[in-house]
Write a new protein. Sequence first.
Length: 281
Amino acid sequence: MSAPIPTFRQVAARPRWIAALLGCLAVAAVFALLGQWQIERAVEQGQADERDTETAVPLTSVAEPNASLTTEAGGRMVSFSGAWAPGDFDTLAGRKQHDAQGTWVIGRVLAEQPSGEPVSLPVAVAWFAEPAAAQAHAAALAAGAADAPAELVGRLMPTEAPTMGDIQGDTREAMSVAALINEWEGWDGRVYGTYAILDEPSAAASGALDAGGEPIVSMRPVVDTQLNALNIFYAVEWIAFMLFAFYLWYRLVKDALEREVEAIEDAEADAAAAGGAPARG
């Protein structure tokens, strides 16, 4: 009497393969969670920036001294008051505005704090088409700013890295806080790790517009609603791994079934050869 040929379901129902299936389910669950996390990350990074960045809030409410610019503070309009540091007005070359190259006038404000100890804040005052006009206005501010307390509004921007022109040349180009503090007179070690671009009324209050300057164009943070393609790709990869775990279990059971069928057929063939009876199939 020949041995019965097992079916795939019979082999899969054996304890060994049930345990293997449970292991695959556990692995697939981990892969599914990782895929879900990647999708959530893609959606989170693709959400629009819905902050109200155009209503000025007190500088001290969104930024801290000697700290990097935070996501909450980046690109936000802030208000602050304080005294200009008269010896720290300067110019920055190579600043583009409306497709034209020009020069910024920059300065340092000793921003008032609730603690009473002012903190240095670099400020971009205005844009000038002519470098000579910018240098003249910086000199005028240095001559008359010592006794002029400022009530200002501006947009917080991240500090810039020094350019090769800053390093190799004599012309300052980057609004780099790290570089500026090396040039400031009487700096006490307290500084915001960001700078502010003055709005139009504040630039006018500095006299820059009367001197031929223009308010620096500062755009609100860009709204990006695109999904992060890399996170989506990783999510698809984790789903593929999850499906492969089930396929691997199926393939192992299938291989075990095929080996059993081959063993039965070989045994029947050997028995048939020994007894002179024809072998099955």
